[in-house]
Design a protein around this ligand. Sequence first.
Ligand code: NAP
Length: 474
Amino acid sequence: MSDVLKYAIDLVAVLLLALGIKGLSKVRSARGANQLAAVAMGLAVLGLLVNYLGMEAGISATAWTWIIAGTAVGGVLGAITAQRVPMTSMPETVALFNGCGGMSSLLVALAAALYPAALDAAGPVALVSIVVSVFVGAITFTGSIVAMAKLQGWLSTPAWMQSKLRHVVNIALAVASLVGALEMLRHADSGTGLWLVVVASGLLGVGVTLPIGGADMPVVISLLNSYSGVAAAAAGFVVGSQLLIVAGAMVGAAGLILTQVMCNGMNRSLVSVLFGGALGASVASGGGGGEYTNITSCSVEECALTMEAAERVVIVPGYGLAVAQAQHTLREVTRVLESAGIDVAYAIHPVAGRMPGHMNVLLAEADVPYEQLKEMDQINPEFPAADVVLVLGANDVVNPQAKSDPNSPLYGMPVLDVQEARTVFVVKRGMSAGYSGIKNDLFELANTSMVFGDAKKVLGDLLVELKDLGLGKK
Ligand code: NAP
């Protein structure tokens, strides 16, 4: 009876997880989808407990204590983290969660390798699964921890890691992992093979992730997310859990698709992200933005006057908006504009910011209505009808060079055609470059004016000016 109940619970959990992943693709349904996926995971734990309860031999009181304590500690830590972590630290948090997933799969496989008697399934399938789970789990764990530490600014890339020497070291580690794996497959009880795979693949995770530039890290995190799914699926084969196999495969596939989407949005290949080292970050931090000769700047007051006369305003949020944490002030500004009958929309570029969906999450935090968020393909034909475009801390995603200059490193990256609007205001602190490190032709166009300053300060001043003009009184 408990078997039937467990399978029924597992089936519902898988369905909810699939629906959850599907729902995450739309802003409107994402919040509910996340809750569905959380319920699915809760059911997965419940299914396992039902299975244990129904086991003839039963499990010891000590084991129950560990299971309940582990579930409680993990649940409480997860809930506290989700409540406390600021939106800007989301990539680090996701990296940490991926690392936990990799570590769990690694520990399950290690336990199965060290105590094979506890395994239901034995034989070649279980053995290959253990090897895969240890290898991918260890890479995911160490790679994710390095990614998190780099994003937090706790780690930087040592000079030798930028040289070709790192490829030699990484290849040697990959070969050592392979040797250990073959040894495990030949002698199932080979402790040497097991520990060789654990150490070499763990170091490989560090060696591959450490040289990658900070701004490319979200792509790597998405890839590591996919790996954590593969490791979980392999662990599912180890312990004979269909649920883990299906859930791991779904996460693996979803992570891989997201990685591909991000690479396309940045016009970069996965190979250049993984093997190009810290190039992206060093170019960006170098600020090699090129010379600007024809810049027009204006005051916040002039910006407010133009907006007051506008019928349609499009907001373009970028990384700088997230840095300034100006989303709430922005929402106040747009409320004032709307109350004056001005039509407001937000143009969302797929890789604006530093993680997928960064801008959606940021604006949702400030209660921006979903229907005002327009994706790039939807909003691009609408720019000619916009009176004012307000670019807030965005740079690369509005660079027309991506379409006009075949020699530009951005060439081919899809961008927002903001220059088509009647007037463009660009809010940033100075003339430094964006992530790509290159000059932005938009800033020198005749219909563009720069409004220099921190995004939050400028928006705060704009709010005051708009109210002084009598907007927002209704
Ligand atoms: P961006 O090109 O990095 O430009 C951000 C701009 O914000 C900078 O020019 C900076 O100029 C300005 N800024 C920084 N702090 C500010 C503040 N406090 N107030 C006002 N402005 C501020 O950003 P983006 O246009 O959003 O483009 C995203 C880039 O990141 C793309 O190149 C994309 O490929 C890359 N990327 C995205 C992802 C992803 O998944 N979303 C992942 C990896 C990389 P000042 O310093 O002069 O103020």
